[in-house]
Structures are given as C-alpha cells and as structure tokens.
Design a protein around this ligand. Sequence first.
Ligand code: PLP
Length: 399
Amino acid sequence: MAQPIPFHRPSITGAELDAVASVLRSGWLTTGPRVKELEAAVVAYVSPPPEAVAERNHHGETGPLHGVAVSSCTAALHLALIAAGVGEGDEVVTSPYTFVSTGETILYLGARPVFVDVERGTKNLDPRLLPAAITPRTRAIVTVSMAGHPCRAAEIASIAHHHKLPVIEDAAHSLTAQIWGVPVGSQADITCFSFYATKGVTAGEGGMAVTAHAPWAERMRRLSLHGLSAAAWSRYDEGGWWEYDVTELGYKYNMTDMQAALALAQMRRADAMRARREAIAGRYQGALKDVVGTPTVEDGLRHAWHLYQIAVPPREGRPGRTALARALREDGIGTSVHFKPLHLFPWYQERLGVRAGQYRVAETCYDETLSLPIWPDMTDADVDRVAERVRHHMGSAGD
Ligand SMILES: Cc1ncc(COP(=O)(O)O)c(C=O)c1O
C-alpha cells in the first residue's frame, strides 16, 4: 500500500530547529526577547501598506498596530473580549460555524453568544443578518474568517460603527490572508491569530492579539501575566527589580521564548508556505471541480488556505461526506471536518436555548463539508493521489 498521507504535518526545517535550540542554550526559556521579536514581526507583517492607512484612519481607527503574544488564540480571544468591555449579562453576536473557542471565551465572562447564520459559499457570518441580532445588550461582534477566506470585514465594520460596537476578528485561520491588498489584522478593533500546530505559521501552541488601541494592548499584556504591573522578564532584566503590584485579576496566558523562536522562523517562510498551499488548492480544484463542490475565492481577496474544504452534498448513488471520509481513511488518507456548528452541541443547547434547525445554512455546510490534506510539504504526487481517490469514491475513476 502507498505511504499514508496524514491530514496535517507541520513544515519544520533546520531554521526552526536552530531557532529553538538557540533559546534552549540562551538560559532564558519563558517570555523574553524572542516574544518581543515575534510581536514586532507579526505587526510588521499585518500592518496595512502606507496607501491604505489614510483609509483606515478615515474609518476612525488610530495609530500603529500593537501585538500581544499569548499561549493560544483562545487566550487572545478571552483577553480581547475583556479589553472590549464584555462582561456578565452582555450579548456578543457571532457565527455558530466555528471552533468552540469562539463561543466558550464569551461564556467565560458570563456573557451570551448570539448566533447569526453564515453564507453558504464562505461559511462566514452573513452581514445581512447582523442588524437583526443586535439588541441593547449587545457589547461586541466576533467574526471568523473560516478556512482562511476573509469575512466581509467592511460591511461588518460599518454595521458595528453604526451601533458603536467593537469588532473582534477570530483570525485563527487567516494570518497571510488579505482584503484588497491589506493584510487581515487591521480591519477589526482586535484581531486574534493562532499558532496552533496545524496553522499556517506554528509555534506548536500560541496566539496573538493585534490592535491599534494602545490601552487595550497594554491591558491585554498585563492580563496575560496575572495582571502584574511588571512582567517577569523586565524584573530579571539587567537593572530590573523584584517589586510589582497586582492591578486586577489576570491569567497565566504568556508565551514562551521557545514558542516565539519557532514561530519567528516560520514567519520568515509564511509567504512561501502560503504559496505552496495555494498551489495545492489549485491542483485540487482542477482535479475535483466536476465531482464535488470546491471552494471559490471572492474578488479582491487573498485566501490563507489554512483548510481546503470540499462540499459533498448527499445525492442518490454517491457516498456522502462521512462515507467518503471513511473510504479515504481506508486508503490511508487523513481528512477532518471543520466544524460542527456550536448550536448543535447539547451543552450549548441546554445553556443558550438554541436548537437544530435554527441556523440552516451552517447545518447544510456542516453536513456536506470535508477538509482534505493541505500542508506545504505535500508533493504534487500526494495531492494527485488524494484527488484520484476522491474521484474514485465519487464514482468518477478513470474519467
Ligand atoms: C476558528 C478558530 N478559532 C479559534 C481557535 C483556537 O485556537 P488555539 O488552538 O490557538 O487556541 C481555533 C483553533 O483551531 C479555530 O479554528
């Protein structure tokens, strides 16, 4: 049998190995100089080009971006919601078509996620449904750019501005995505990235909140380290001093220099890895577009291609999504499903009073969707084998 093709394998070169080893040799393992460097590298990467800045300011956003590195995107979302003022009894409008982090971080704060259905093509929150979900209790909007396809940021921002609500972007999938030449990272009031093991740029685990609002960045930074007035590394720095104050209830969400060094080495390869993902997506597209639904990219957008999701609508005489996933597993090919919508989990149903049938587009997307392997070190032969097996199971072998 041919070599198995896993759903994901991170792309690790000598640069990543050297970067982590050098931190191990340095004598400083936790939050330190590499974390600062990563924050600067991500901010530089996602900052809008100068010609786009005037427009950003025109929309009322201010100043340069600030990055706060943390232990996960979940931690970044949690801190972003706190910075945006979300608390007990508030409502936060968001998409049900997402990973649990988006919902649970709202619930951590005693606030309530209010779901808005998604668009069929992108699985992103449908802005046309947003105004009806906003009530006097709404305190923020959390958007998600599914699979790396940017959400409708401009339309969402204009509705949010009208209601004076902050927008938090769950950009776990979309570092390296762009909207009309502007990187994802400055369109929302706070953008949260993930460096989880499968992401386009990985630290093993890690995340970052990026915002143009300096006081919010400062508060998220303090909250990420117990709410202390002085971070550990400045306390132990040359000339540092042990003394600190506790300013408010904080968390242990800081990132280590080992993680930051890994992510920094990956940042240098971010565009090359995204380009390879895009080439894989193109190869799948050519081979599969006549047998399954394949993703499309809307005008002016650059897809991060974190996921390559096909749609397998139930049809007489053909395997459905789950049967196809099983058959590919028999072939040694890993796949996954992103995501089961949050309102379908009994735990969410009991707490929020939501039910199946309430967000129909999200449910249809979930029933049909299957994520195929798309990782930078896949060879063209790997991609062709996955595509050939999909065609075979869908009854189109030898076309
Ligand atoms: C849409 C979305 N949001 C948030 C997260 C959480 O990211 P992390 O694992 O870095 O906390 C994920 C993780 O996969 C995700 O897919």
